[in-house]
Design a protein around this ligand. Structure first.
Ligand code: ADP
Ligand code: MG
Length: 694
């Protein structure tokens, strides 16, 4: 249960004064949440210094300052479009307050003639007098203390003013509890971090313009809170995972040699090293939980097969799950060639297998007749009963959360798990998503692969591209044509793809096919199958072709509006070609003019084919949140930490999380209790249940 002390922070935003149904909607949109805490985590992006209270004669042009003035006289506009002026003075000079389109009656009540007022804003010179256009703050003389401050500036949304958000924030700060310290005393002292409530206060009630900098101590503290919650949760899950005993398998080198001898190629060094890591994991009495990162085409499948064979030679079943039907079928074909000569039985089961066929497949899996099971992940989630599952490989999956992976492993006791991802994830991000999961990298491509010739082409020259493609199609080349990505709307994506499909049909008739995200899986697969069978020469697609398909005869990929794609995504797309012996091309069509960053990003695509280099560069140029598209990647999104500025804290948090669990594996100490509060604060409480299980 959530600790009571957090209750005030978890109350709905409409308990704050001034938050009715309308403002509630706006606040929810602004903060992405519904709780007081969500508002508190909406941090200022800038701080305005209004502390200076000079006399008018001492004012500096361009300076933001706060003045105490006496209202002298109102001057209404004489012509339309002219401003309304309120002439004010102090004992040293005069200052005109200038308003455009303001309501005179409102101005009369704000500035009664003869009254003393406080105004704050930027001082400008007009002819030879001072003026202030639309003061940022207006108040009575007793409000000077509230106005002459460092004012935090918040990101806003329609219908909310900075003043309004400030007011609600102040009300929220009134009710925040003092939370007990969950950090180690030594760290707090070394970093000179304020205690939690103080830190939150000092960001929203800044006393220096430094308060918005990522290196400001209070900011770093909150960032560290978030990162530690993330790393601790991952470490707890992992602890539960490895605490469950695995089996110590015996590696059958004889079977391994027979498998390798039948392959038409020699393993790369990276494949051998990764496999040695896997062998070591599997022969140890703990369960394996390893991530195999390997760029598209780096040869993960053969490593997967060898992993599954380790299970089979120990009289256990091995399973591999693919994200789509088509990839499952592709694996089936590959495995057929590899397993038949070894006399090992396998089945492939997907959502398409129904009725009698399905029942028979399920029977073979349950009886153990099927030694290796290939399938889509959907089928692993429901009713499959294994005879004795020993190892699972999850292919092309970074879209899986940690918890889902664990659920899967519940299918068998002590099952060894290998997760394979083709998306090169920068190291920092790996850490946040997988914690201290062991990682092997296939950072060396199989030999003989020709680099893809990547070219940037302006949209104005699209017709040249089409002409060039015409010659190629006549030679039998196959082509991917990827259509603009419009993130907000799948429908618009679709319209663009359909338009392009039609245009290309004008040139190429029925040699053009179309796949998009709105098609049913079977329809998609049918089109893909026609492409694989060479019935279709040009495959127009939205990004659905992203994952894993292998059509070596396709040697050209055209990507429209390349500037709108993430680099990792472009890299994935480009990986569709360059799989055969012929020279491949990637045409990145862009719509100019390009920003400097866009130029640099597309330049990276030309310069490198190394997915890891590209991913790191992407992280640098865009920021972590965007690199993979947080939503689909299953990577956590941080609200207080930002991975570029707080990288050091992330590593600190990882080490600290490990240490915490070593000393206090069940979080029972006083600090352990406080750390549980931290986990609840960041909604990582699901990890707590792993303290009990296992
Ligand atoms: P991915 O890592 O993208 O899943 P695959 O496992 O599909 O890559 O391998 C891509 C291609 O490279 C396949 O045709 C595979 O047979 C081939 N391949 C894998 N390893 C090697 C190797 N060591 N030498 C040559 N070709 C290899
Ligand atoms: Mg693959």
């Amino acid at each position: 249960m959530r600790p009571f002390i957090l209750d005030p922070l978890c109350r709905a935003l409409n308990v704050l004064p001034g938050v009715g149904p309308r403002n509630l909607k706006r606040l929810e949109k602004l903060t992405g949440g519904e709780k007081i805490l969500d508002l508190l985590w909406h941090l200022p992006i800038d701080v305005i210094d209004r502390r200076s209270t000079p006399k008018i004669a001492e004012a500096q042009i361009g300076q933001i300052a706060t003045f105490i003035v006496t209202v002298q006289k109102h001057f209404r506009p004489v012509k339309r479009g002219m401003p309304y002026r309120v002439w004010c003075t102090d004992e040293t000079g005069s200052l005109n307050l200038v308003f455009f389109n303001a309501r005179p009656d409102w101005l009369m009540t704000q500035f009664p003639e003869g009254a003393e007022k406080v105004v704050s804003g930027k001082i400008e010179q007009f002819n030879d007098s001072f003026q202030m256009v639309h003061p940022d703050a207006i108040g009575n003389i007793d409000e000077l203390d509230k106005i002459a401050i460092y004012e935090p500036l918040y990101p806003l949304t329609d219908g909310l003013t900075n003043k309004g958000v400030n007011k609600m924030m102040r009300a929220a700060l009134e009710i925040i509890p003092d939370l007990p310290e969950w950090h180690d005393g030594g760290i707090i002292k070394r970093e000179a971090w304020p205690q939690w409530a103080k830190a939150v206060n000092s960001l929203h009630h800044p006393e220096t313009s430094q308060a918005v900098m990522p290196e400001y101590p209070a900011r770093r503290r909150l960032a560290y809170d978030e990162l530690l919650a993330n790393q601790l949760a991952l470490a707890m899950v992992r602890q539960a995972q490895t605490r469950k005993k695995g089996r110590a398998l015996t590696i059958d080198h004889d079977l391994r040699m027979r498998f390798f001898d039948a392959l038409p190629f020699e393993l790369t060094g990276a494949q051998k090293t990764s496999l040695a890591d896997i062998d070591a994991d599997m022969s140890a009495p703990m369960r394996m939980l390893r991530l195999l990162q390997g760029d598209v085409g780096s040869g993960k499948t053969v490593v997967a097969a060898a992993t599954l064979l380790n299970a089979v030679s120990n009289h256990l079943q091995g399973a591999i799950m693919a994200p789509t039907e088509i990839l499952a079928r592709q694996h089936e074909e590959t495995f057929k060639a590899w397993l038949d000569p070894l006399g090992i039985s396998y089945v492939c089961i997907t959502g398409r297998d129904k009725g009698k066929k399905r029942a028979e497949l399920l029977r073979q899996i349950a009886s153990g007749e099927a030694q290796i099971i290939i399938g889509t992940h959907a089928i692993f989630q429901d009713t499959i009963e294994f005879h004795n599952l020993g190892a699972v490989v999850i292919d092309e999956q970074h879209r899986f959360g940690v918890h889902q992976r664990l659920k899967l492993s519940d299918k068998g006791k002590g099952v060894d798990i290998l997760v394979m991802t083709a998306t090169p994830i920068p190291r920092t991000l790996t850490l946040t998503a997988y914690g201290d999961m062991e990682v092997s990298k296939l950072d060396e491509n199989p030999p003989g692969r020709k680099p893809v010739d990547t070219r940037l082409i302006s949209n104005d020259h699209l017709h040249n591209v089409i002409d060039g493609i015409k010659r190629e199609v006549e030679k039998g080349t196959q082509i991917y044509w990827v259509c603009p990505l419009v993130e907000e709307s799948e429908l618009i994506d679709l319209a663009a793809a359909e338009d392009r499909h039609q245009l290309l049909q004008n040139y190429f008739g029925d040699k053009v096919g179309l796949v998009h995200g709105r098609m049913k899986a079977e329809e998609k697969d049918a089109v893909m199958q026609r492409f694989i069978a060479k019935d279709i020469s040009i495959l127009v697609a939205t990004t659905v072709i992203e994952v894993g398909v292998n059509v070596p005869n396709a040697t050209i990929i055209v990507i429209e509006h390349a500037e709108r794609f993430g680099l990792s995504q472009l890299h994935q797309l480009r990986g569709r070609v360059g799989r055969g012996a012929a020279q491949s091309f990637c045409f990145l069509i862009y719509q100019g003019p390009l920003s400097e960053t866009a130029k640099e990003r597309l330049g990276v695509m030309r310069a490198s084919e190394d997915g890891f280099v590209i991913a790191e560069k992407d992280l640098e140029l865009r920021g972590a949140g965007d690199v993979l598209g947080t939503k689909q990647s299953g990577l956590p999104k941080f609200r207080l930490a930002n991975l570029e500025d707080h990288k050091d804290l992330l590593e600190m948090a990882r080490d600290e999380a490990k240490l915490i669990l070593q000393k206090d594996p069940k979080l029972e100490s006083e600090r352990g209790q406080n750390l549980k509060i931290l986990l609840y604060l960041f909604e990582r409480e699901r990890a707590i249940s792993f303290l009990r299980s296992g």
